[in-house]
Design a protein around this ligand. Structure first.
Ligand SMILES: NC(=O)C1=CN([C@@H]2O[C@H](COP(=O)(O)OP(=O)(O)OC[C@H]3O[C@@H](n4cnc5c(N)ncnc54)[C@H](OP(=O)(O)O)[C@@H]3O)[C@@H](O)[C@H]2O)C=CC1
Ligand SMILES: CC(C)(CO)C(=O)C(=O)O
Length: 332
């Protein structure tokens, strides 16, 4: 039961590392920079509940061939890298291997499936935040369990995930879970543009209202498309915009769980901008715009967030204050 983590960065090192700490046979496939870090320090994994694990002997490789023996592959590259990762996996994997996308966005599973017709491809969802603290150290800063599409091929691994402290919740239908996560990811561009840790950003009403505006627009489109997002947070998706829009003192009182975040945690989009990488904006807010187009409608707020992130990707990373962002979005 060999497991490969393909694209071992923040999510891959954390999920794969916990599986390895629980006794699973895991190989990590990723970039040389992280291979060097992990060779020097091993993996150090912590979480918001106080877990503190060291995985000393980590097999971190940098070529696709390292995944060849895997029965289960967890794909954790950013969405723009999925097609290349799939082509690389197609050249090495045995027919019958199981491949799970643990990525944000809606279509990564489809991209993998098209390129890996001989493997079982499933879609998963990671609800929690992982902070890369450097030197092989990764911290789970928020709560949540791993979600995945239900399939018999997962049965041999259910215990390994449970032993890792990351039990799998299996779903007959994963699309509503993916859209529920995407609704939360609509905060990624707001967070990246704020240039603040998540907790500080969400403590400011104008940023929360910007996030809520993007959600409200998306919820209306989902309703028109007949998609009901799954319930992945304590508050159902359709109630989140009202909760987010509350004045600060009420929000802090009524939504304390949403602010129970590691003080340093940021979104993966902020990390991408800092690293000068292309963000996942096309796979998050871009999906909302595509959904609108498919319905003959528009999504001006999500389109504006895409424009602003494009500017940031082009080098203009000046932080946008909450009230300015809200004005830009509501006048879009
Ligand atoms: N970070 C978080 O808190 C969360 C992230 N997610 C989602 O999980 C997914 C992974 O995110 P995250 O872990 O943050 O991303 P990272 O960028 O930290 O990790 C991905 C790693 O894969 C490497 N990589 C890309 N292509 C290949 C390839 N073909 N072969 C080997 N390595 C490759 C990347 O290198 P390089 O950069 O050089 O391409 C990078 O080091 C994303 O879809 C993200 O949205 C979901 C929940 C929370
Ligand atoms: C967990 C969350 C919503 C925020 O960190 C995320 O998915 C991301 O950063 O991409």
């Amino acid at each position: 039961m060999a497991i490969a983590v393909y694209g071992a960065g923040g999510i891959g090192c954390y999920v794969g590392g916990r599986l390895a700490a629980g006794g699973a046979d895991v190989v990590f496939v990723g970039r040389q920079r992280l291979a060097d870090e992990v060779a020097e320090h091993g993996l150090h994994l912590t979480d918001y509940l106080g877990a503190d694990l060291v995985v000393p002997a980590v097999r971190y490789e940098t070529t696709p061939a390292a995944a060849a023996e895997a029965d289960l592959v967890l794909v954790t590259v950013k969405s723009a890298g999925t097609a290349d990762a799939a082509d690389e996996l197609a050249s090495v994997l045995e027919p019958g291997a199981t491949v799970v996308s643990f990525q944000n966005g809606i279509r990564n599973g489809e991209v993998l499936h098209e390129r890996l017709p001989e493997q079982t491809v499933l879609t998963g969802m990671v609800p929690f935040n992982v902070l890369n603290r450097g030197s092989g150290s990764f911290h789970q800063g928020t709560q949540g369990k791993l979600d995945v599409q239900k399939h018999a091929a997962l049965e041999p691994y259910v215990d390994a995930f449970a032993r890792a402290g990351l039990p799998l919740t299996q779903h007959d239908e994963i699309l509503p879970v993916q859209w529920a996560k995407l609704l939360l990811n609509l905060n990624n561009p707001v967070n990246a543009l704020s240039d603040l840790p998540l907790r500080d950003e969400l403590a400011q009403r104008a940023y929360r209202r910007s996030f809520a505006a993007a959600q409200t627009e998306t919820l209306a489109l989902l309703k028109a498309a007949g998609i009901t997002p799954a319930k992945v947070t304590a508050v159902p998706a359709h109630r989140l915009p009202a909760l987010l829009s509350l004045p600060d003192f009420l929000f802090k009182r009524l939504a304390s769980k949403m602010l129970a975040i590691d003080p340093h945690a940021r979104t993966s989009m902020w990390e991408d901008l800092q690293a000068g990488r292309r963000t996942e904006i096309d796979y998050l807010n871009g999906e909302v715009v595509r959904l609108a187009e498919s319905l003959g409608r528009q999504a001006p707020i999500n389109s504006k967030l895409i424009d602003l992130i494009r500017q940031a990707e082009a080098g203009d990373t000046t932080a946008i204050p909450g009230p300015t962002l809200l004005k830009l979005l509501t006048s879009a």
